[in-house]
Design a protein around this ligand. Structure first.
Ligand code: SAH
Length: 390
């Protein structure tokens, strides 16, 4: 046994709900013989076995539990967990492009695995999980049989765990820019240089859901990344889409994606700060039938929550001002730090300030390959809302 952690009694109530994180302040004593990343046994204050997880003395999240059972955490353990993940995706028909492992929601804290056609992208975002990277890659090869695996471990959160930022192949090299298909459209994905794992799989149902609202509409989209919503809007019959992003690299792929689907004549792309453009165009009283907003997570920590709320309010307020009566605002938020009820309040506040009456016509969260565990807040992050401006 690499180590033993004893919990403070006060911590037990929170942990009993099923949350796998144990914070430094919740530990009464720790005796660990191995270094950071070691798998340790956790005991209650009454010395009863509580679970087993990995330990990092450098992180505020001191232990992340892998299991509540008294079972060995070894290669077999990871093979079985990954097999469970893959069996669930197969069962729900998510085998082509999907999130195969969604971290805490799949009982594999700190591990993200996305599949894009024949290829897989992994992120081991915590030290304890990073130590099992080779085992995880082997398990994926054995269970899912991808043509190649790439690691996108350049995510800044790794620094909080004392991990280096790295990316590269965990298999024989392969071309890292390739096409995938979503809802009958084709998209170029760049897994080596794109954002996060290269493509935002979590909005795939929501992209499909916009079809009835964008038909014959003049659309403005801000934060378009590689143009997935843009192409979906054009394919669904929007007359024109003006799409904005701050990243020249993302827009290069967005233009190619519009061309690839024969939709380029109805799409124009603009490299700019969306905050500036929304402010300017709202002031100029420019009008659109539909505005689509899918900004990055404005809040990455609780301290940033207020500025995130201000950011969401501002862009949604400007957007609402530009929407013609009868038109739609299609708006998202992808941070778990702004819960759904708060997000809806922000939109209502933005509508009141913009002097617009609105009604909710659709409200979605994540697709089933990104399951939500209610007792683990970080697993519920996506809000996708469509409101009509009356
Ligand atoms: N809707 C996209 C995902 C958007 S991700 C999709 O479905 O794939 C968020 C995007 O916002 C990124 O492409 C990022 O480059 C862009 N971005 C971040 N800050 C921005 C800003 N201030 N102005 C414009 N774009 C910004």
């Amino acid at each position: 046994m690499a180590g033993k952690i004893i919990l403070k009694k006060e911590a037990e109530k929170r942990l009993r709900s099923g949350h796998p994180w144990i914070f430094a302040g919740e530990i009464a004593s720790e005796q660990v013989q191995e270094g950071p990343g070691a798998v340790v046994d956790v005991f209650s204050s009454a010395q009863k076995f509580w679970g087993r997880g990995y330990w990092n003395p450098q992180s505020q999240i001191r232990v992340r539990l892998l299991t509540r059972k008294d079972e060995p955490v070894n290669e077999d353990f990871f093979f079985r967990r990954i097999e469970q993940c893959w069996n669930y995706r197969k069962r729900i028909g998510y085998t082509e492009n999907c999130r195969v492992v969604f971290a805490e929601a799949d009982q594999l804290p700190g591990l993200i695995v996305d599949k894009f056609g024949d290829y897989m992208v992994i992120q081991t975002l915590s030290l304890g999980m990073d130590r099992w990277k080779a085992t995880i890659a082997e398990a994926l090869q054995h269970i899912v049989h991808p043509a190649g695996i790439y690691e996108r471990n350049d995510a800044p959160v790794r620094e909080l765990e004392g991990l280096p930022l790295v990316k590269g192949f965990l298999s024989a090299p392969f071309p890292t820019t390739f096409q995938i298909e979503e809802n009958g459209l084709k998209f170029w994905v760049d897994i080596a240089n794109g954002q996060k794992t290269g493509y935002f799989l979590d909005q795939h149902l929501n992209r499909q859901a916009i079809a009835p609202f964008v038909q014959d509409a003049e659309v403005l989209e801000a934060f378009c990344y590689t143009g997935s919503f843009t192409c979906h809007a054009a394919a669904a019959g929007a007359t024109h889409i003006t799409a904005i992003d701050a990243s020249a690299e993302a827009l290069r792929l967005a233009r190619e994606n519009a061309r690839l689907n024969g939709l380029a004549s109805r799409c124009s792309f603009l490299e700019a700060n969306a905050f500036d453009i929304l402010k300017q165009w709202a002031a100029e009283k420019r009008k659109f039938d539909v505005v689509i907003l899918d900004p990055p997570a404005f809040a990455k920590s609780r301290q940033q929550m207020q500025s995130a709320i201000t950011g969401y309010k501002e862009i949604n307020l400007r957007a609402l001002k530009m929407i013609r009566p009868g038109g739609f605002l299609i708006t998202s938020s992808c941070t778990n730090l702004v819960p759904a009820d708060v997000f809806l309040q922000i939109i209502q506040q933005a509508a009141s300030d913009a002097r617009r009456q609105i009604r909710q016509v659709l409200f979605h969260t994540q697709p089933p390959d990104h399951p939500i565990v209610w007792t683990i807040e970080s697993t519920a992050y996506l809000k996708f809302l469509i409101v009509q401006v009356l």
